[in-house]
Design a protein around this ligand. Structure first.
Ligand code: ZN
Ligand code: ZN
Length: 369
């Protein structure tokens, strides 16, 4: 897939304000609008490209994901069969965007977007932060989601019970009108009925005729053991609700992992540091190390060196949906003793003498040249 830089497409800097992005897009949309460039077929490509860029950069949430993970962040994460971040196509939001900019709904003549009939709910994206321990063991979490759903009172009709909506007189129930807007004339969503072809005469009290309400819901999600930074999880059907019988969108969870003060992840291995003394390093020892799952008895071999890594097989991260596991890697850190007692000091002096007599070269001045 070609790498696209949405900022470049709109000709703005990566720290442009929302207002600047909107302005830049508006200018490009006016310039390349297909209705004004019938003799220039490449204009439509440009127009689509700019609109796609704006559908991301003009949306705070998507822009955040794009800035952090690039265009792939907006599509599916590592190895999943699920669809992309944009449920239907990258253009799913155009109607709304252009409505937002120009004050009307659909930009294209013979538009891609149908306001009438079932409409799928939008996908939602959320970031979830897990501790390293949670990602190691797997965890069930409650995620709070704010989203739009059909009004439960009127079941998404917008009308009070028993009061059916009337056919819109402005568009005659088709949902579309032709509008002259500045330089060009377009077929667009009827502003009176907003494309539904019907007018609500007795609006539902709960949603004030909007047919949609915001709801906050808590959803239980199980994050599998081994889940990693940047992985995406799709929770089917937990995005925004569809309208007029359309299916709901999906919820995408972007996983971030908080740093741990004792352990790190390296591929599928779990890495930690173990501080040991001179004598433990020289003679070897057995030490208990508390990992996320158990207390691990670690055997330090005699003559262990600073920086040496002890590997305990199969005690690292699980690979999601696989049997295999990484290893536990324990990095030896030999600590020089401080604040020696009198007795320790005596013993170290004795040790130094023995070492001197055993290997003279270590203490001769020449050895440092
Ligand atoms: Zn309602
Ligand atoms: Zn109408």
């Amino acid at each position: 897939m070609a790498k696209k830089d949405y900022y470049q497409i709109l000709g703005v800097s990566s720290n442009a304000s929302a207002e600047e992005i909107k302005k830049a897009y508006r200018k490009m949309a006016m310039q390349h609008h297909p209705d004004r460039n019938r003799d220039r077929p490449e204009a439509e490509e440009k127009f689509k490209e700019a609109s796609e860029a704006y559908s991301v950069l003009g949306n705070g949430e998507k822009r955040k994901i794009y800035d952090q993970y690039g265009i792939n962040g907006l599509r599916m994460g590592n190895g999943g069969p699920d669809g992309g971040f944009f449920s239907d196509s990258a253009f799913a939001d155009f109607g709304d965007i252009l409505g937002d900019l120009f004050g009307f709904g659909q930009p294209f003549s013979g538009s891609r977007q149908r306001r009438q009939g079932p409409r799928q709910g939008r996908d939602l994206g959320l970031e979830v932060v897990l501790t390293l321990e949670e990602s190691f063991l797997g965890v069930e979490k409650e995620i709070a989601v704010e989203r739009e759903r059909n009004c439960p009172e009127c079941d998404g009709s917008g009308s009070e019970a028993g009061q059916d909506a009337q056919v819109c007189s402005k568009c005659g129930g088709t949902g579309n009108v032709r509008l002259a807007q500045g330089f060009f004339s377009v077929s667009t969503t009827c502003p009176a009925c907003r494309g539904s072809g019907r007018l609500i005469t007795h609006p539902c009290k709960k949603c004030r005729g909007q047919a949609r309400v915001n709801e906050s819901k808590k959803i239980k999600v199980t994050f599998p053991s081994g889940i990693d930074e940047g992985n995406r999880m799709r929770v089917a059907g937990e995005g925004e609700g569809g309208s007029q019988g359309g299916s709901p969108g999906d919820l995408y969870l972007m996983v971030r992992i908080k740093e741990d003060k004792n352990f790190q992840r390296q591929g599928n291995d779990l890495l930690c540091q173990l501080q040991i003394s001179f004598s433990q390093a020289a003679l070897g020892d057995q030490i208990s190390v508390k990992t996320f799952e158990e207390v691990e008895k670690v055997k330090i071999p005699p003559a262990a060196q600073n920086g040496q890594i002890i590997k305990i097989k199969g005690k690292g991260f699980r690979q999601v949906n696989r049997w295999s596991r990484g290893d536990l890697l324990i990095k030896i850190h030999v600590v020089t003793p401080k604040d020696l007692t009198r007795q320790e000091s005596e013993l170290f002096k004795k040790l130094r003498e023995i070492e001197r007599s055993r290997d003279k070269s270590l203490f001769e001045k020449d050895a440092f040249n």
